[in-house]
Design a protein around this ligand. Structure first.
Ligand code: ADP
Ligand code: ASP
Ligand code: MG
Length: 437
């Protein structure tokens, strides 16, 4: 069995939905994870923002625009009046639900319920299309098996048990369609795996069922060696080690959700990145093989804040680092980069929601400096310390860029730099020129 995930652009129009249906309907049993149609989750975020600002009129107008679009899609997608009616009734219910928050108090739980509607719509639309084509397909509701715990981490035991039970009770289908991104939390409320989370859904399913492969189908021919939105002439990388891919995803390669590679890596299920717009293109395979002696790719993560704490005792007394890290742990804020000197430590975070109390506490132990609007540039490849020369190649490329932090030696695959966001483009371009041309 394989798991295939199709992203927003892959199901972004009625024609694309038909193409995906054709691609997956090859007689081999598989689980298919779908995102919302492209743009839908952004519209749902916009609707929630208006409700939060108590502007029900603006929310209503975004909902109506979305409704018009979906009703048009439905006419184009199906040939049989019965399928049109069935799908129309389901979509209408969803649009009534979206309107139902007008004039009410609006909570985080309401927002999560709203954000889930995109995947509920796309999966129902594709399932009904496949049923119309006579395919033996079952819609597997993600809300019945995908769950996160109190820390927002996937509850892998629950996911595995529920999925196995659901599949055992429904053996004789060719295709199982399910929603990416959405889940329930410990309280049983609708929640999600964060933006871009459909990749994570696919990898969690693949890991839980130890499938043969996890395929992530998107709008580009695999992982490129640099961010194609920023640098021209990037090239696909044909193979990555799990750890290389995990670092690239975590440090900003948008093609993969930041933490989706972890479950696949622990379960040792290979992940293949493929292009829906060009299905025969080779894409990228992510597995346990390490190619020696090459730098593979570069990624960048924005909205980073750097914090420097200089110990007030002028010496890095025993326990200083522990105290610093404990403060971040108390406020559930993870640290990305760390560098130390005799008297101080610099570190970087991307979640600043608890920065005020964090800074208050840190000031008890020393002088604190903050730089925001920073960006982590992460270079990935065979960067074990015994491989001489690669660090020089990388730092040489960045010779004209002010570097706030450099981190090397934490893994065999990565060297990271902290630069100002305004220097990101120049840094990425210089790295491509020096490393890949
Ligand atoms: P989907 O909707 O299928 O999940 P995403 O938009 O989330 O697709 O991810 C695919 C996009 O990621 C590409 O269109 C590309 O612009 C962007 N991207 C950023 N960095 C990379 C990279 N290193 N390699 C490939 N694509 C990347
Ligand atoms: N639809 C969700 C989003 O836009 C999840 C995904 O596409 O992976 O973030
Ligand atoms: Mg995505």
């Amino acid at each position: 069995m394989k798991v295939l995930k199709f992203g927003g652009t892959s199901v972004g129009t009625p024609q694309r939905m038909k193409d995906v249906a054709q691609l997956i309907n090859d007689g081999q049993q598989k689980i298919v994870v779908l995102s919302a149609m492209s743009g839908t989750t952004n519209s749902l975020v916009e609707i929630s923002d208006y409700y939060r600002k108590r502007n029900s009129e603006a929310a209503g107008s975004v909902i109506n625009k979305l409704r018009t679009k979906y009703m048009q899609h439905l006419e184009e997608l199906y040939t049989q009046e019965e399928t049109k009616q069935k799908t129309r009734a389901l979509l209408e219910e969803i649009f009534i639900f979206l309107h139902s928050f007008a004039g009410c108090e609006f909570s985080d739980a309401n927002e999560k319920a709203i954000l889930a509607q995109g995947e509920l719509m796309s999966t129902n639309m594709v399932t009904n299309y496949l049923l119309e084509q006579g395919v033996k397909v079952l819609l597997l509701p993600a809300l019945d098996y995908m769950r996160i715990d109190e820390k927002g981490e996937p509850d892998t035991h629950f996911i595995k048990k529920q999925l196995e039970t659901l599949l055992a009770a429904n053996k004789h289908y060719d295709l199982y369609i399910t929603q990416g991104f959405i889940c329930r939390n410990r309280m049983g409320e609708i929640d999600n795996l964060q933006r871009g989370g459909s990749d994570y859904t696919a990898c969690l399913i693949g890991a839980a069922l130890r499938t043969e492969e996890i395929q992530i189908w998107t709008d580009i021919d695999g992982m490129h060696n640099n961010d194609p939105r920023v640098v021209e002439g990037t090239q696909p990388v044909r193979q990555l080690h799990f750890e290389e891919a995990a670092e690239l995803a975590y440090f900003g390669a948008k093609i993969l959700h930041p933490t989706c590679i972890q479950p696949a890596r622990y379960a040792r299920v290979p992940v293949r990145l493929l292009n829906t717009m060009d299905p025969t293109a080779p894409g990228t395979i992510i597995n346990n093989e390490m190619q020696r002696g090459s730098i593979k790719a570069v990624a960048a993560k924005d909205n980073i804040t750097a914090i420097k704490i200089v110990s007030s005792r002028m010496l890095l007394a025993t326990g200083f680092l522990r105290k610093v890290f404990e403060i971040f742990e108390t406020y559930n804020t993870s640290i990305d980069m760390v560098t130390t000197s005799e008297v101080g430590v610099s570190l970087s975070i991307d979640n600043t929601s608890r920065i005020v109390p964090i800074l208050e506490e840190l000031k008890k132990y020393g002088t604190v400096e903050v730089d925001d609007n920073m960006c982590i540039i992460c270079v990935v490849g065979d960067l074990a310390w015994g491989n001489v020369g690669y660090e020089t190649l990388v730092t040489d490329a960045l010779r004209d860029i002010p570097l706030r932090m450099i981190s090397y030696g934490g893994s065999n695959h990565n060297i990271s730099f902290l630069v100002r966001e305004e220097d990101k483009q120049a840094a990425l371009q210089a790295l491509s020129k020096n490393l890949f041309h």
